[in-house]
Design a protein around this ligand. Structure first.
Ligand SMILES: [Zn+2]
Length: 203
């Protein structure tokens, strides 16, 4: 892969894999695929969902609410999740079989108690930047390939924001798995297609 293309590995963490607090179906399957994929890229960025224990996206923080319900917050609609990826916890760790020693940056997102952050670029208020756009631009990156968990949430939102910030974006589908909540996977692919995100079967 050329020096202008970076691989963004989204949230391959224990809590999103088998036995985790918010396990994505077949999530573990991406690990060897991502490991092999990453060897083709000189620049790899790895993200971690990384929340305080009282994070606003946790159903446990809202009386009478259950996981996977949707509520309206100041910044818009928010799906309530089981407690997951609590900063410093075992579940927040990267999958133990993930092997990307040359990863240049590990970016943690969702640390703001009051705002969720599916995207690696912008928090859910759609205004607060993580700084990733500046990091990539300053390194001369123009194309971003994405993989990881989950296709329809953090991968899709990151891909859409990559386009928003002017990068070419491509989702490597075999290296992703989805949650697929109430049609969310189809909706995510439609939104990505409309935004000019490419869908790749392989690299
Ligand atoms: Zn989260």
């Amino acid at each position: 892969m050329d020096a202008k293309t970076a691989l963004l590995v989204i949230d391959v963490q224990r809590d999103f894999c088998a036995g985790g607090a918010l396990a994505v179906p077949d999530g573990d399957a991406v690990v060897p695929i991502v490991n092999a994929l990453a060897r083709h890229y000189p620049t790899v960025i790895v993200t971690q969902d990384w929340h305080p224990a009282n994070h606003i996206s946790f159903a446990s923080q809202h009386d009478g609410r259950a996981p996977f319900e949707t509520i309206t917050l100041g910044y818009g609609e928010q799906i309530l999740w089981p407690d997951h990826c609590v900063m410093g916890s075992a579940g927040a760790a990267l999958h133990s079989a993930l092997e990307i020693p040359h990863a240049a940056l590990i970016l943690r997102k969702g640390s703001n108690r009051a705002i969720d952050s599916y995207s690696a670029f912008l928090e859910a208020d759609r205004a607060t930047k993580t700084g990733l756009d500046g990091y990539l631009t300053s390194r001369g990156i123009t194309q971003i390939d994405l993989c990881g968990l989950a296709t329809d949430y953090c991968v899709a939102w990151s891909a859409l924001d990559a386009r928003r910030f002017g990068f070419e974006a491509r989702v490597i589908e075999p290296a992703c798995r989805a949650i697929d909540l109430a049609g969310s996977l189809d909706a995510a692919w439609r939104a990505m297609q409309a935004a000019g995100v490419a869908r790749a079967g392989a690299v």
